[in-house]
Design a protein around this ligand. Sequence first.
Ligand SMILES: C[S@@+](CC[C@H](N)C(=O)[O-])C[C@H]1O[C@@H](n2cnc3c(N)ncnc32)[C@H](O)[C@@H]1O
Length: 213
Amino acid sequence: MGKVGKLQKFAEVTSFENCYERAPELKGKWKSDIFKNDNPITVELACGKGEYTIGLAERFPNRNFIGIDVKGNRIWKGAKYALENKITNVAFHRLMIGNIEEYFAMGEIDEFWITFPDPQHAKKRKRLTNGMFLNRYRAISKPGAIMNLKSDSTRFYEFTKEIIAEQNLEVLQDSDDIYAWDDIPEYLANIQTFYEKMWLADGKKIKYLRYIL
Ligand SMILES: C[S@@+](CC[C@H](N)C(=O)[O-])C[C@H]1O[C@@H](n2cnc3c(N)ncnc32)[C@H](O)[C@@H]1O
C-alpha cells in the first residue's frame, strides 16, 4: 500500500470500528458496550500512534486498553494495526484530556499510562501530571488506580516527583535510567514509542515512575 497522507488518515479513522470521537454517550459503558467483558481498563493518555496501547494489549489479553489523543491522524496507526491484527481488547478515543471526566464514569478506569508527553517547559498548567490533571484522572478511577509515566525529560520527571511528594503518593517504581535497570520489566524495555525511539537515538536517558494516584 502507498503512503497514506494526513488528511486521508483523519478521514479514515472516523470510520474505524475501534475509534470513537468525543463520545460522552459511552461514559460508564466501555466494559458493557465496547469491550463486552468485565476486565479492568487501562487508559493511555496522549497515546500518539498508540504503540503502548497496542503493545500492552498484546501482552495482557485479560485487560482492556483505550488510547486517547486529540490527533486523529496519529491514532490512525494504532487503530489500523489493531483492526488488521484482530486485537479486540483495544479502542481509541479522540478527545482533549482536559475534559476527560466528561467521557468516563467514576471508578471506570484502573490504570493510566503517559508516554513521552510534551514537556511543556514554560507551562506547568499544561503538564499532564500536574495536580489539576491528577484530580481529573481520580474522578474517573477506581480507588488505588495506578499511574505510569515514561519520559525522556528530566524536567518533567522531576516535576512529577515534586507533585508526588506534595501529595504524599505511594511510589511503586522509580528509575531515572530504565535501560541501566537490572530488573526492567519486559513491557517497559520492549515497547518503544515513536518519540522514545527518537529520544534514544539522541542519546537521552529514559525515566519511569509508577505510582498510586
Ligand atoms: C510528544 S507526543 C507523544 C506521543 C506518544 N505517546 C509517543 O510517545 O510517541 C504528545 C502527544 O500528546 C497529544 N496531546 C497533548 N496534549 C493533549 C491533550 N490535552 N489531549 C489529548 N492529546 C494531547 C498530542 O496530540 C501528541 O500526540
